[in-house]
Design a protein around this ligand. Structure first.
Ligand code: ADP
Ligand code: NI
Length: 205
């Protein structure tokens, strides 16, 4: 089995888990993170195959996306075990997937490949696609788009509030120069969108 066949098995595995995912963590998110991680790895002189594989798999054991985290971890180990990968590569993939998420706490992955996958995941949360994913997530959780009500605003909750709580900070948390540069443009898209949103809101509210 060559890298192309390993990639194809991985896509099938990821599709079987995320094909129908409605909160912006679907197969296409995994694909973008995998491709972006491989691109950043190329630019940064890291291992593109390890980054791509970890990008495909980075969300499969995420507690908020699975009912049974332990089972998901076991399934992942079984899946990786069946692939003809060197133990060293398997461990590098697992290490690069660990600690990718940014949720409240800010953990910097300890491997270079992990830092790259984290950058790719964060880049997919900003820019035009990041905006789309935020409202997909918010809609799925039955959140309001936005409210001017001070009391409601103080509850964690509207999708617009999520931009201020998290998305506008992501640019400052990129690990690699390549991601820092990609984040600039995507961050500017968020800022323009928020400006336009508030302008339109003010006119007829
Ligand atoms: P990760 O990608 O590490 O799993 P999250 O689950 O926090 O991180 O975020 C993934 C996506 O879900 C992002 O696009 C983000 O904007 C969206 N999201 C997460 N929390 C919220 C929220 N409270 N409101 C709207 N969108 C959210
Ligand atoms: Ni993700």
């Amino acid at each position: 089995m060559n890298q192309e066949e390993i990639r194809s098995c991985t896509k099938q595995y990821v599709a079987s888990i995320f094909q129908e995912e409605p909160t912006g963590h679907d197969f296409e998110h995994m694909k973008r993170v995998a491709n972006m991680a491989a691109y950043i790895a190329d630019e940064e002189g890291a291992d593109p195959f390890i980054c791509e594989m970890a990008g495909w798999l980075h969300d499969v054991t995420d507690g908020k996306l699975t009912d049974n985290e332990n089972q998901a971890k076991e399934n992942l180990h079984t899946f990786l075990h069946k692939l003809p990968l060197e133990t060293e590569d398997k461990n590098a993939i697992l290490a690069a997937m660990k600690d990718v998420s940014f949720r409240g706490k800010h953990i910097i992955p300890y491997t270079y490949e992990g830092k790259i996958v984290q950058d790719a995941d964060r880049l997919d949360a900003i820019g035009a696609i990041g905006i789309a994913r935020t409202f997909a997530f918010g809609g799925n959780k039955e959140q309001l788009l936005y409210t001017e009500d001070e009391q409601e605003r103080s509850q964690p909750g509207t999708s617009i509030q999520h931009f201020y709580d998290k998305l506008l900070h992501l640019k400052g948390y990129m690990n690699t120069p390549t991601a820092i540069s990609l984040a600039e443009e995507r961050h500017a898209i968020l800022e323009k969108f928020l400006n336009d949103f508030h302008e339109e809101w003010k006119k007829f509210s």
